[in-house]
Ligand binder design. Structure first.
Ligand code: NAD
Ligand code: TYD
Length: 353
């Protein structure tokens, strides 16, 4: 049997961010065994991991973080000594339709995983439980200001309430039981392999298909966009060099109004498909706003920059263009997703909006 320096359990590794992180870790650290645990919900997709599935230091296990027995046997079988926890229900609109599912996975699933780590590990060892979270726990900003690590929690959607709760539990296990934890709270991610329920892939796909581009409310909400690879690299850095018990915000100072971003996507996709400039502008359709729609998110990532020297590699212009290129040249990936379940979801969300 090969000896590995670390046996890292990555949960949610078949999802959007998780698959980028797994790829980075498997390729960069042949001395680590990366065990990807994922339930393969609608958002999990093993097609995201084709390029690493044969690697000697990679194993996929289909399991549910809510199932304690399954987790215990995975910890035993793979001698898990570190966790990077990404598994979650991740979409705000779905959380509005079904909050309990978010409590189950994001809160109960996280506490279950904490319990198994606590019971299986010698808590004086260097084993780390790294929890991946969102800036949405801080609530909504007005026209000015940025979220820092000391901003008070003020979650306003069922999704952000469930993530806030999971963050609190992770900190509580550090304070109460001495579990060695790290947390990061990141702004909105974009990039290849993102499920087309989120704004950027949904809009790209609808432009390609000549379908309406649904803009919630006035389209003036602001999100702070970060390329998924910059996020994965920040997680790698914090996992290795961040101080135990600390929180780091991750963001790249890329604030954009939704409508501004949609205009950029139209320009790029039309250009690349050889359509006339502005051909798809007429697809823009203002629809009923999301309930409790947070106005603005923006991250202050100075702590991560000053203490660990992290800087994002992607400008939003370069990152969005690469993302558009990826979706246009991976039509099969998206066509495999846009089948029965997705169509039902889409109809439910948008038909009567
Ligand atoms: P995603 O929805 O693409 O992937 C989530 C993954 O978790 C899927 O593969 C799914 O199958 C798996 N999963 C869900 N429930 C599970 C369960 N009970 N047991 C095991 N696996 C389960 O999400 P994402 O966008 O990749 O986000 C990953 C993490 O990063 C989440 O914790 C999310 O809150 C956080 N985050 C996301 C963003 C973003 O912009 N997408 C920003 C900051 C933080
Ligand atoms: P989303 O990608 O769902 O991420 P989050 O809600 O976590 O920020 O949405 C990003 C922004 O885009 C948000 O302000 C809601 C808006 N939006 C639309 O206007 N239309 C859409 O169809 C979707 C999915 C989102």
């Amino acid at each position: 049997m090969i000896h590995f320096d670390k046996n890292i359990l990555v949960t949610g590794g078949a999802g959007f961010i998780g698959s980028h992180l797994v790829r980075l870790l498997v390729n960069k650290y042949p001395n680590y065994n990366i065990v990807n645990l994922d339930k393969l919900t609608y958002a999990g997709n093993l097609d995201n991991l084709k390029d690493v599935e044969q690697a000697d230091n990679y194993t996929f296990v289909k399991a549910d973080i809510c199932n304690e027995k399954e987790l215990e046997s995975i910890f035993d079988q793979f001698k898990i000594d570190n966790v990077i926890h990404l598994a979650a229900e991740s979409h705000v609109d779905r959380s509005i339709s079904n909050p309990l599912e978010f409590v189950t996975t994001n809160v109960i699933g996280t506490v279950n995983l904490l319990n198994v780590a606590k019971s299986k590990w010698d808590l004086t060892s260097d084993n780390i439980f790294y929890h991946v979270s969102t800036d949405e726990v801080y609530g909504s900003l007005g026209e000015t200001g940025l979220f820092t690590e000391t901003t008070s929690y003020d979650p306003r959607s069922p999704y952000s309430a469930s993530k806030a709760s999971s963050d609190h539990f992770v900190r509580a296990y550090h304070e109460t039981y001495g579990l060695k934890i790290k947390i990061s709270n990141c702004s909105n991610n974009y990039g290849s392999h993102q499920f087309p329920e989120k704004l950027i892939p949904l809009i790209i796909n609808n432009i390609v298909e000549n379908n309406p581009l649904p803009i919630y409310g006035k389209g003036d909400n602001i999100r702070d966009w970060l390329h998924v690879i910059d996020h994965a690299e920040a997680i790698d850095l914090i996992f290795h060099e961040g101080k135990i018990g600390e929180t780091f915000n991750i963001g790249g100072h890329n604030e954009k109004q939704n409508i501004e971003l949609v205009h950029l996507l139209i320009k790029l996709v039309d250009q690349k498909l050889g359509r006339e400039e502005g051909a798809s502008l007429g697809l823009i359709t203002y629809v009923k706003d999301r309930a409790g729609h947070d106005q603005r998110y923006a991250i202050d990532a100075e702590k991560l920059q000053n203490i660990l020297g992290w800087t994002p590699k992607y400008t939003v212009e370069k990152g969005i263009e690469e993302t558009v290129n990826w979706f246009l040249s991976n039509k099969d990936w998206i066509d495999n997703i846009i089948s029965g379940d997705y169509l039902n979801y889409y109809k439910g969300q948008y038909a009567k909006r």
